[in-house]
Design a protein around this ligand. Structure first.
Ligand code: ADP
Ligand code: MG
Length: 330
């Protein structure tokens, strides 16, 4: 087969009839012109975020293209969830080493399956040849003044976490030979790493309920740390309450305890939501967990005194706390 040109590639893999001009979807003009034209729902603010995934840094070069298509959108959807925004439109910028139709087909399958599930339309992008690198810009909307910020946590608020933390980084620890998982555990952890489920429904329902929110993409210690800093407060967490899988629990009880603890508290790539809410809302949050069929755990309390303390079951603070991953740290 002759090599695809840039425009054939866009037409064949990224331009979808269902993403073209459509008032109900806020698309005045979709893919094909110099810019898309979008119409925001009256009374809403635009939430805009961008996230880039670089081959060899954020994913293995030989990762299944379908998983990569899912993940590059999922990490961006997670930012919308953390703002309490409804995701609407995406722009996809990609550098590709070549126009490999098989690869593109798999990538598009993963991308559009997740986009469709969340009512997101791909309305533009940019395509170039280069070392594999994918960047999604996501646009969403949120009723004016209702976005969940990092800066709203108050002393006395409950601290909550969705899902379970640490499995994605446990998969990497297993890959590096630092822990030994069973085949079933490894499969579940790889799934957490490659197919994170963005908590969009939760984020939307937390409008007017949560006082602050963030998605745990770089590890709990670092990400909750951002909330504490922005809100000028501290927090006291119970280690035993932090939600984790059975696989991670098993590692915590083994000689690989330190590695497992780092995965749980500072692992990253979890894409769960960490949020705070007034203690008077505790029962509403519990009811919301049941309604959404999603585990929500109360893990601690916001304190007036700055600083994050995680205490073990005997009430002793962990020191030092494992720190978040930083792309530029030595
Ligand atoms: P320009 O030269 O104005 O940057 P391009 O030739 O790069 O335009 O793109 C043509 C059209 O295709 C534009 O509407 C652009 O948004 C869209 N597009 C390009 N790459 C992608 C992609 N990977 N996914 C979706 N739309 C894309
Ligand atoms: Mg362009």
């Amino acid at each position: 087969m002759a090599a695809l040109t840039e425009f054939e590639l866009i037409d064949r893999f990224f331009r979808r009839p269902e993403n073209s001009a459509d008032n109900a979807r806020g698309i005045v003009l979709g893919i094909g012109d110099d810019a898309a034209l979008l119409a925001l729902t009256p009374g809403n603010q635009l939430a805009a975020s961008v996230d880039m995934l670089v081959s060899g840094r954020h994913f293995f070069a030989d990762v299944e293209p379908e998983a990569l298509g899912h993940k590059v959108l999922a990490v961006n959807l997670s930012d919308m969830a953390a703002m309490g925004a409804t995701p609407r439109w995406a722009l996809l910028a990609g550098a590709l080493p070549d126009a490999d139709a098989q690869w593109l087909k798999g990538f598009a399958r993963g991308f559009f399956a997740l986009a469709t599930a969340h009512g997101v339309d791909l309305v533009g992008g940019d395509t170039t040849r280069g070392p594999l690198n994918l960047c999604v810009t996501l646009l969403g909307e949120v009723p004016a003044g209702k976005a969940l910020l990092r800066s709203g946590a108050l002393a006395g608020d409950s601290v909550w976490l969705s899902g379970a933390l640490g499995d994605a980084s446990l998969a990497l620890a297993h890959h590096a030979g630092r822990v030994v998982l069973t085949a079933d555990e490894a499969a579940a952890c790889w799934n957490a790493l490659l197919r994170p489920a963005p908590r969009i429904a939760l984020g939307v329902r937390l409008r007017g309920l949560a006082s602050a929110a963030i998605d745990v993409s770089d590890g709990l210690v670092g990400d909750l740390g951002h909330v504490l800093e922005a809100s000028k407060v501290g927090a006291l967490l119970e280690l035993a309450a932090i939600p984790r899988s059975k696989a991670l629990d098993r590692q915590l009880a083994s000689s690989a305890h330190d590695v497992a603890l780092r995965c749980l508290l500072a692992g990253g790539d979890d894409y769960e939501l960490c949020f705070t809410a007034a203690p008077s809302h505790d029962r509403r949050v519990v009811a919301l967990a049941i309604e959404l069929g999603l585990e929500l755990r109360r893990v601690g309390t916001i304190a007036a005194q700055p600083g994050l303390v995680v205490q073990d079951s005997s009430g002793r603070p962990l020191a030092p706390l494992p720190q978040a991953y930083d792309h530029f740290a030595a």
